[in-house]
Design a protein around this ligand. Structure first.
Ligand code: ADP
Ligand SMILES: N[C@@H](CCOP(=O)(O)O)C(=O)O
Length: 309
């Protein structure tokens, strides 16, 4: 039996719409991600479990893990009879890369079980394709960090999909999921088809500056440049309480704050545990909308998808 864990991720990281993503895990050692197990069987089956199992599509063939199995079999050229189990621990439509967690765990579990017939680049291409089926267009900013770990920058040239960007070890990422759902496909559909020249220039400056600041080890500059001119101005209206939370992050002393993926999860970057804890307390009291919401203080998950059993 093979069991794979795939961690939560922050798509865009504010400054890199569709081209920058970061994998995160709670500092308390708890797991914030999906698990997929694969074992030998006479016929294919998929069993669902986990905290958010009831939110999965009613039709089993719409479960992206079923589609991972089907696509993997097509890629290796044979039907592989296995019993798969999805532990759906991630809320769906959360902005935490929930579908990516299932896709990455599903494909890595199949690949490990079969003795690694597919290389990382082929796997990542398949992950992007499957994620694209859900959100309406291929974007790797969740699947790449979830699979490979850390902060990943999408290059998509010279057969390189993604490469790592060095993060800052002392950064704490406070993640607050309010408990409501925002569909990624819908949050993409509300974005403009075109942007003005000055917005394009600013976006280029911010993203280039952020990557430069990471490589030259300037954390305060990197944090200052984490601004989103592409999605946040349009998506804020989907997120109750976001503007107040952003102001609170500034007042409390967070270095940066933004929408995780397409939301509704918000992230705030702090460089002191005390500030992160104050931020987490504020978000728990003011940003959560119902009992399904949660707040975690995280660090970058530099390992990405990994075998638990
Ligand atoms: N295993 C799965 N995990 C998450 N979502 C799934 C899964 N299988 C199918 N889906 C569907 O994919 C969509 C995921 O929505 P999306 O807004 O992309 O979520 P997220 O931003 O959390 O990845 C939903 O319509 C959901 O029903
Ligand atoms: N770049 C994408 C990221 C979506 O992330 P998700 O966690 O909301 O699926 C976007 O911003 O649309």
């Amino acid at each position: 039996m093979v069991k794979i864990y795939a961690p939560a991720s922050i798509g865009n990281v504010s400054v890199g719409f569709d081209v920058l993503g970061a994998a995160v895990s709670p500092v308390d050692g708890s797991l914030l991600g999906d698990c997929v197990s694969v074992e030998a069987a006479e016929h294919f089956s998929l069993t669902n479990a986990g905290r958010f199992v009831s939110k999965l599509p009613a039709d089993p063939k719409e479960n992206i893990v079923y589609q991972c199995w089907q696509r993997f079999c097509e890629a290796v050229g044979k039907e592989i009879p296995v019993a798969m189990t999805l532990e759906k621990n991630m809320p769906i439509g959360s902005g935490l890369g929930s579908s990516a967690c299932s896709v990455v765990a599903g494909l890595v579990a199949m690949n490990e079980f079969c003795g690694k017939p597919l290389d990382d680049s082929t796997l990542l291409t398949l992950m992007g394709e499957l994620e694209g089926r859900i959100s309406g267009s291929v974007h790797y900013d969740n699947v790449a960090p979830c699979f490979l770990g850390g902060i990943q920058l999408m290059l998509q040239e010279n057969e390189i999909i993604s490469q790592a960007v060095p993060g800052f070890d002392d950064w704490l990422w406070v993640m607050a999921y309010p408990g409501i759902k925002v569909s990624t496909a819908e949050a993409r559909a509300i974005l403009p088809a075109q942007y003005r020249k000055d917005e394009c220039i600013k976006h280029g400056r911010l993203l280039a500056g952020f990557i430069h600041a990471c490589h030259t080890r300037q954390p305060l500059l990197a944090a200052k440049l984490m601004q989103d001119v592409i999605a946040e101005p349009y998506r804020t209206r989907l997120l109750p309480g976001f503007a107040e939370a952003r102001q609170a992050a500034k007042d409390i002393g967070a270095l940066a704050c933004g929408i995780s993926g397409s939301g509704p999860t918000l992230f705030a970057v702090c460089n002191q545990m005390e500030t992160a804890q104050r931020m987490a307390d504020w978000l728990s009291q003011h940003y959560l909308q119902n009992d399904e919401g949660f707040v975690h203080i995280c660090r970058l998950d530099t390992a990405g998808a990994r075998q638990l059993g």
